[in-house]
Design a protein around this ligand. Sequence first.
Ligand code: THU
Length: 125
Amino acid sequence: MTEALEALVAAAAAARENAYAPYSGYAVGAALRSRDGRVFTGANVENASYPAGICAERAALAAAVAAGARQFDAIALYAAGKATPCGICRQALAEFGDMEVVCAGPDAALRSFRLSDLLPEAFSL
Ligand code: THU
């Protein structure tokens, strides 16, 4: 893995420290890198009304888009087990094009995918 991707994984791991996951107990961190080199982080934020919760990846995406970023080359996810982005997050990220998806965590060897392989034929209008 390149140094830049290692830094992205480290940013995702740090963001995970701020996850708010009192219901599932499953903390997730994400770090999304825009093509101009900025890094936006997110953590999952759960809610007593379960569907109101948001995943780490979409939290990072919302922060990035709000800051004006529209093009991304990689996202890192940090979580326990062998986590990959959920289906909704795959679709949300695919809105902004293809990118590398690095899945990391304390339990499993790091894995890297193309978003287009994780979500072939993403929906678009
Ligand atoms: N979660 C994420 O943040 N990202 C994923 O890709 C999968 C799941 C969160 C949602 C919920 O807060 C917790 O993990 C358990 O599903």
